[in-house]
Design a protein around this ligand. Structure first.
Ligand code: CUA
Length: 319
Protein backbone atom coordinates (compact mmCIF):
# COMPACT_ATOMS: atom_id res chain seq x y z
CA UNK A 1 0.00 0.00 0.00
CA UNK A 2 2.90 2.34 0.73
CA UNK A 3 4.42 1.62 -2.68
CA UNK A 4 1.10 2.42 -4.36
CA UNK A 5 1.72 6.05 -3.45
CA UNK A 6 4.90 6.12 -5.55
CA UNK A 7 3.41 5.69 -9.04
CA UNK A 8 0.83 7.32 -11.21
CA UNK A 9 2.38 10.59 -12.33
CA UNK A 10 0.37 12.67 -9.87
CA UNK A 11 2.96 14.04 -7.53
CA UNK A 12 2.76 17.24 -5.53
CA UNK A 13 6.50 16.92 -4.89
CA UNK A 14 7.19 17.31 -8.65
CA UNK A 15 5.77 20.79 -9.11
CA UNK A 16 5.31 22.52 -12.45
CA UNK A 17 4.10 25.88 -11.15
CA UNK A 18 5.14 28.49 -8.59
CA UNK A 19 2.13 27.48 -6.50
CA UNK A 20 2.99 23.79 -6.34
CA UNK A 21 6.62 24.60 -5.75
CA UNK A 22 5.73 26.53 -2.61
CA UNK A 23 3.46 23.74 -1.46
CA UNK A 24 6.38 21.34 -1.91
CA UNK A 25 8.72 23.47 0.21
CA UNK A 26 6.09 23.92 2.89
CA UNK A 27 5.65 20.14 2.94
CA UNK A 28 9.37 19.48 3.23
CA UNK A 29 9.73 22.21 5.88
CA UNK A 30 6.93 20.74 7.98
CA UNK A 31 8.27 17.22 7.59
CA UNK A 32 11.78 18.25 8.68
CA UNK A 33 10.63 20.38 11.62
CA UNK A 34 8.12 17.75 12.76
CA UNK A 35 10.86 15.10 12.40
CA UNK A 36 13.28 17.06 14.60
CA UNK A 37 10.58 17.68 17.22
CA UNK A 38 9.48 14.05 17.18
CA UNK A 39 12.95 12.51 17.42
CA UNK A 40 14.01 15.14 20.01
CA UNK A 41 11.05 14.26 22.21
CA UNK A 42 11.62 10.51 21.79
CA UNK A 43 15.33 11.01 22.59
CA UNK A 44 14.60 12.85 25.80
CA UNK A 45 12.02 10.27 26.77
CA UNK A 46 14.56 7.50 26.18
CA UNK A 47 17.18 9.35 28.25
CA UNK A 48 14.75 9.77 31.14
CA UNK A 49 13.82 6.10 30.94
CA UNK A 50 17.48 4.97 30.92
CA UNK A 51 18.26 7.11 33.95
CA UNK A 52 15.19 6.30 35.97
CA UNK A 53 17.15 4.09 38.35
CA UNK A 54 19.82 6.74 38.97
CA UNK A 55 19.53 7.28 42.73
CA UNK A 56 22.83 9.12 43.10
CA UNK A 57 21.34 12.51 42.29
CA UNK A 58 19.98 14.79 44.96
CA UNK A 59 16.19 15.11 44.72
CA UNK A 60 16.31 18.88 45.01
CA UNK A 61 18.98 21.47 44.53
CA UNK A 62 20.78 23.07 41.63
CA UNK A 63 19.42 20.44 39.17
CA UNK A 64 15.87 21.48 39.89
CA UNK A 65 16.51 24.83 38.19
CA UNK A 66 17.91 23.01 35.14
CA UNK A 67 14.89 20.70 34.98
CA UNK A 68 12.47 23.63 35.16
CA UNK A 69 14.49 25.41 32.49
CA UNK A 70 14.25 22.39 30.15
CA UNK A 71 10.48 22.24 30.63
CA UNK A 72 10.12 25.94 29.83
CA UNK A 73 12.37 25.76 26.75
CA UNK A 74 11.06 22.52 25.20
CA UNK A 75 7.50 22.72 26.51
CA UNK A 76 6.72 26.38 25.79
CA UNK A 77 9.42 28.33 23.92
CA UNK A 78 10.23 25.78 21.18
CA UNK A 79 6.59 24.88 20.35
CA UNK A 80 5.56 28.55 20.26
CA UNK A 81 8.46 29.50 17.96
CA UNK A 82 7.93 26.48 15.66
CA UNK A 83 4.14 26.90 15.39
CA UNK A 84 4.32 30.66 14.85
CA UNK A 85 6.98 30.24 12.15
CA UNK A 86 4.97 27.55 10.34
CA UNK A 87 1.80 29.61 10.68
CA UNK A 88 3.50 32.61 9.10
CA UNK A 89 4.97 30.60 6.22
CA UNK A 90 1.75 28.69 5.55
CA UNK A 91 -0.73 31.54 5.89
CA UNK A 92 1.12 34.60 4.79
CA UNK A 93 3.24 33.08 2.05
CA UNK A 94 1.88 29.81 0.66
CA UNK A 95 -1.85 30.50 0.98
CA UNK A 96 -1.36 33.93 -0.58
CA UNK A 97 0.51 32.52 -3.58
CA UNK A 98 -1.86 29.61 -4.14
CA UNK A 99 -5.17 31.43 -3.64
CA UNK A 100 -7.64 32.21 -6.42
CA UNK A 101 -6.89 35.25 -8.54
CA UNK A 102 -9.43 38.07 -8.35
CA UNK A 103 -12.29 37.89 -10.85
CA UNK A 104 -11.30 39.49 -14.12
CA UNK A 105 -7.61 39.62 -13.21
CA UNK A 106 -6.70 36.71 -15.48
CA UNK A 107 -6.76 36.48 -19.26
CA UNK A 108 -9.05 33.51 -19.13
CA UNK A 109 -11.49 31.65 -16.96
CA UNK A 110 -12.79 28.12 -17.20
CA UNK A 111 -15.85 26.65 -15.49
CA UNK A 112 -15.51 23.12 -14.18
CA UNK A 113 -18.45 21.19 -12.75
CA UNK A 114 -17.89 17.96 -10.85
CA UNK A 115 -20.52 15.29 -11.41
CA UNK A 116 -20.74 11.63 -10.48
CA UNK A 117 -18.21 10.76 -11.99
CA UNK A 118 -16.77 13.11 -14.53
CA UNK A 119 -15.92 16.76 -15.02
CA UNK A 120 -17.81 19.16 -17.27
CA UNK A 121 -15.46 21.81 -18.63
CA UNK A 122 -16.67 24.98 -20.34
CA UNK A 123 -14.78 27.99 -21.55
CA UNK A 124 -16.08 31.43 -20.61
CA UNK A 125 -17.22 33.51 -23.55
CA UNK A 126 -17.26 30.59 -26.01
CA UNK A 127 -19.73 27.75 -26.69
CA UNK A 128 -16.91 25.22 -26.08
CA UNK A 129 -17.86 22.42 -23.69
CA UNK A 130 -15.79 19.33 -23.11
CA UNK A 131 -15.17 16.77 -20.39
CA UNK A 132 -12.28 15.63 -18.23
CA UNK A 133 -9.50 17.00 -20.44
CA UNK A 134 -8.83 20.65 -19.65
CA UNK A 135 -6.60 22.49 -22.09
CA UNK A 136 -4.88 25.66 -20.93
CA UNK A 137 -2.24 27.87 -22.51
CA UNK A 138 1.17 27.41 -20.91
CA UNK A 139 2.63 30.18 -18.69
CA UNK A 140 -0.77 31.86 -18.50
CA UNK A 141 -2.77 32.54 -15.37
CA UNK A 142 -6.15 30.86 -15.70
CA UNK A 143 -8.99 31.22 -13.22
CA UNK A 144 -10.89 27.99 -12.64
CA UNK A 145 -14.42 28.29 -11.22
CA UNK A 146 -15.56 25.01 -9.74
CA UNK A 147 -19.11 23.92 -9.00
CA UNK A 148 -20.88 20.70 -8.22
CA UNK A 149 -23.71 19.09 -10.14
CA UNK A 150 -24.59 16.72 -7.30
CA UNK A 151 -22.43 15.89 -4.25
CA UNK A 152 -19.22 17.40 -2.94
CA UNK A 153 -16.16 16.67 -5.09
CA UNK A 154 -12.69 18.14 -4.92
CA UNK A 155 -10.71 19.39 -7.89
CA UNK A 156 -7.02 18.62 -7.52
CA UNK A 157 -4.12 18.76 -9.96
CA UNK A 158 -1.19 18.14 -7.58
CA UNK A 159 1.57 19.32 -9.90
CA UNK A 160 -0.12 22.67 -10.47
CA UNK A 161 -1.90 23.80 -7.32
CA UNK A 162 -3.73 22.84 -4.14
CA UNK A 163 -7.14 21.22 -4.08
CA UNK A 164 -10.43 23.06 -4.10
CA UNK A 165 -13.79 21.55 -3.15
CA UNK A 166 -16.79 21.70 -5.46
CA UNK A 167 -19.85 22.41 -3.37
CA UNK A 168 -23.45 22.39 -4.54
CA UNK A 169 -24.91 25.89 -4.78
CA UNK A 170 -21.55 27.58 -4.42
CA UNK A 171 -18.76 28.60 -6.77
CA UNK A 172 -15.17 28.21 -5.60
CA UNK A 173 -12.20 29.38 -7.58
CA UNK A 174 -8.55 28.72 -7.94
CA UNK A 175 -5.60 29.57 -10.08
CA UNK A 176 -4.21 27.17 -12.67
CA UNK A 177 -0.81 27.98 -14.05
CA UNK A 178 1.67 25.64 -15.73
CA UNK A 179 5.25 26.78 -16.20
CA UNK A 180 5.98 24.10 -18.82
CA UNK A 181 3.92 22.42 -21.54
CA UNK A 182 2.76 18.99 -20.55
CA UNK A 183 -0.06 16.75 -19.35
CA UNK A 184 -0.81 17.05 -15.65
CA UNK A 185 -3.06 14.41 -14.20
CA UNK A 186 -5.61 15.38 -11.60
CA UNK A 187 -8.07 13.51 -9.48
CA UNK A 188 -11.22 14.07 -7.48
CA UNK A 189 -9.93 14.35 -3.93
CA UNK A 190 -13.16 14.04 -1.95
CA UNK A 191 -14.97 10.74 -1.59
CA UNK A 192 -18.08 11.11 -3.74
CA UNK A 193 -19.49 7.63 -4.20
CA UNK A 194 -18.75 4.30 -5.78
CA UNK A 195 -16.57 5.55 -8.65
CA UNK A 196 -14.71 8.27 -6.75
CA UNK A 197 -11.40 6.64 -7.65
CA UNK A 198 -12.37 6.75 -11.34
CA UNK A 199 -12.94 10.48 -11.42
CA UNK A 200 -9.74 11.61 -13.01
CA UNK A 201 -8.99 14.60 -15.18
CA UNK A 202 -6.00 15.86 -17.08
CA UNK A 203 -4.79 19.40 -17.62
CA UNK A 204 -3.04 19.80 -20.96
CA UNK A 205 -0.81 22.87 -20.99
CA UNK A 206 0.25 23.87 -24.49
CA UNK A 207 1.65 26.87 -26.37
CA UNK A 208 -0.88 29.68 -26.92
CA UNK A 209 -1.21 29.16 -30.70
CA UNK A 210 -1.95 25.47 -30.27
CA UNK A 211 -4.37 26.18 -27.46
CA UNK A 212 -6.24 28.76 -29.57
CA UNK A 213 -6.58 26.30 -32.44
CA UNK A 214 -7.86 23.65 -30.05
CA UNK A 215 -10.40 26.03 -28.48
CA UNK A 216 -11.62 27.26 -31.89
CA UNK A 217 -12.30 23.66 -32.87
CA UNK A 218 -14.04 22.91 -29.54
CA UNK A 219 -16.33 25.91 -30.02
CA UNK A 220 -17.61 24.57 -33.34
CA UNK A 221 -20.67 22.33 -33.57
CA UNK A 222 -20.05 18.64 -34.26
CA UNK A 223 -18.94 17.70 -37.77
CA UNK A 224 -21.48 15.88 -39.95
CA UNK A 225 -21.05 12.11 -40.13
CA UNK A 226 -18.74 10.98 -42.91
CA UNK A 227 -19.82 7.79 -44.63
CA UNK A 228 -22.74 5.39 -44.40
CA UNK A 229 -21.84 3.61 -41.17
CA UNK A 230 -21.33 6.90 -39.33
CA UNK A 231 -24.62 8.30 -40.65
CA UNK A 232 -26.40 5.16 -39.49
CA UNK A 233 -24.63 5.52 -36.14
CA UNK A 234 -25.91 9.07 -35.83
CA UNK A 235 -29.50 7.93 -36.52
CA UNK A 236 -29.17 5.20 -33.89
CA UNK A 237 -27.68 7.65 -31.41
CA UNK A 238 -30.59 10.07 -31.87
CA UNK A 239 -33.25 7.34 -31.84
CA UNK A 240 -32.01 5.68 -28.66
CA UNK A 241 -31.64 7.01 -25.13
CA UNK A 242 -28.11 8.29 -25.93
CA UNK A 243 -29.47 11.64 -27.12
CA UNK A 244 -31.47 12.29 -23.96
CA UNK A 245 -28.38 12.00 -21.75
CA UNK A 246 -25.60 13.43 -23.92
CA UNK A 247 -25.21 16.68 -25.79
CA UNK A 248 -23.76 16.80 -29.29
CA UNK A 249 -23.87 20.46 -30.28
CA UNK A 250 -25.29 20.99 -33.76
CA UNK A 251 -27.65 18.00 -33.50
CA UNK A 252 -30.87 17.38 -31.60
CA UNK A 253 -28.95 15.54 -28.86
CA UNK A 254 -29.17 17.99 -25.97
CA UNK A 255 -28.99 15.75 -22.88
CA UNK A 256 -27.18 17.12 -19.86
CA UNK A 257 -26.84 13.99 -17.72
CA UNK A 258 -23.65 12.57 -19.22
CA UNK A 259 -20.60 14.29 -20.69
CA UNK A 260 -20.81 16.48 -23.82
CA UNK A 261 -19.74 14.38 -26.81
CA UNK A 262 -19.50 17.12 -29.48
CA UNK A 263 -15.79 16.53 -30.01
CA UNK A 264 -15.42 13.19 -28.26
CA UNK A 265 -12.88 11.86 -30.77
CA UNK A 266 -10.44 14.64 -29.86
CA UNK A 267 -10.16 13.33 -26.30
CA UNK A 268 -7.60 10.68 -25.41
CA UNK A 269 -9.61 8.92 -22.71
CA UNK A 270 -13.15 7.86 -21.88
CA UNK A 271 -15.10 7.68 -18.62
CA UNK A 272 -12.96 10.26 -16.79
CA UNK A 273 -9.59 8.69 -17.66
CA UNK A 274 -10.77 5.17 -16.84
CA UNK A 275 -10.10 3.73 -20.32
CA UNK A 276 -8.35 4.86 -23.50
CA UNK A 277 -10.43 6.39 -26.27
CA UNK A 278 -10.04 3.71 -28.93
CA UNK A 279 -12.82 2.21 -31.08
CA UNK A 280 -12.46 -1.09 -29.19
CA UNK A 281 -12.70 0.42 -25.72
CA UNK A 282 -15.56 2.69 -26.78
CA UNK A 283 -17.48 -0.31 -28.11
CA UNK A 284 -16.85 -2.20 -24.86
CA UNK A 285 -18.04 0.83 -22.90
CA UNK A 286 -21.31 1.15 -24.88
CA UNK A 287 -21.91 -2.60 -24.68
CA UNK A 288 -21.56 -2.73 -20.90
CA UNK A 289 -20.73 0.50 -19.10
CA UNK A 290 -21.59 -1.02 -15.73
CA UNK A 291 -18.80 -3.59 -16.08
CA UNK A 292 -16.21 -0.86 -16.54
CA UNK A 293 -17.56 1.66 -14.03
CA UNK A 294 -20.18 0.06 -11.79
CA UNK A 295 -22.74 2.53 -10.47
CA UNK A 296 -22.39 5.15 -13.20
CA UNK A 297 -25.58 6.55 -14.73
CA UNK A 298 -25.12 5.02 -18.21
CA UNK A 299 -27.31 1.95 -18.81
CA UNK A 300 -26.66 -0.96 -21.10
CA UNK A 301 -29.12 -0.27 -23.93
CA UNK A 302 -29.05 -3.82 -25.24
CA UNK A 303 -27.83 -2.77 -28.70
CA UNK A 304 -26.62 -5.35 -31.19
CA UNK A 305 -22.95 -5.61 -32.13
CA UNK A 306 -23.53 -4.00 -35.52
CA UNK A 307 -25.53 -1.16 -33.98
CA UNK A 308 -22.70 -0.51 -31.51
CA UNK A 309 -20.16 -0.59 -34.36
CA UNK A 310 -22.19 2.05 -36.24
CA UNK A 311 -22.44 4.29 -33.17
CA UNK A 312 -18.70 3.92 -32.56
CA UNK A 313 -17.96 4.89 -36.14
CA UNK A 314 -20.16 8.00 -35.72
CA UNK A 315 -18.59 9.01 -32.38
CA UNK A 316 -15.02 8.37 -33.52
CA UNK A 317 -15.63 10.87 -36.32
CA UNK A 318 -16.48 13.67 -33.86
CA UNK A 319 -13.06 15.29 -33.95
CU1 CUA B 1 -15.81 13.13 -7.21
CU2 CUA B 1 -14.61 11.93 -5.56
Amino acid sequence: MLLAGCGGGQDSLQPHSTQSNQIRWLWWGMLIVAGIVFFGAVGMLALAWLRKGDKGLPALGPREGLTNGLVVVFGIVVPVVVLVALFIVANLVVIKTTQAPAKGSTQMSIDVTGKQWFWVVSYDGTPAVTANEIHIPVRTRVRINVRSGDVIHSFWVPELNRKIDTINGQTNSELLYASRPGRYRGQCAEFCGLQHAHMGMVVVAEPMARFRAWLANMAKPAPAPAGGAAAQGQRLFMANQCASCHQIRGTQAQGQIGPDLTHLASRSTLAALTIANTPRELAAWIANPQAIKPGNKMPDLGLSRSQIAAIVSYLEGLK
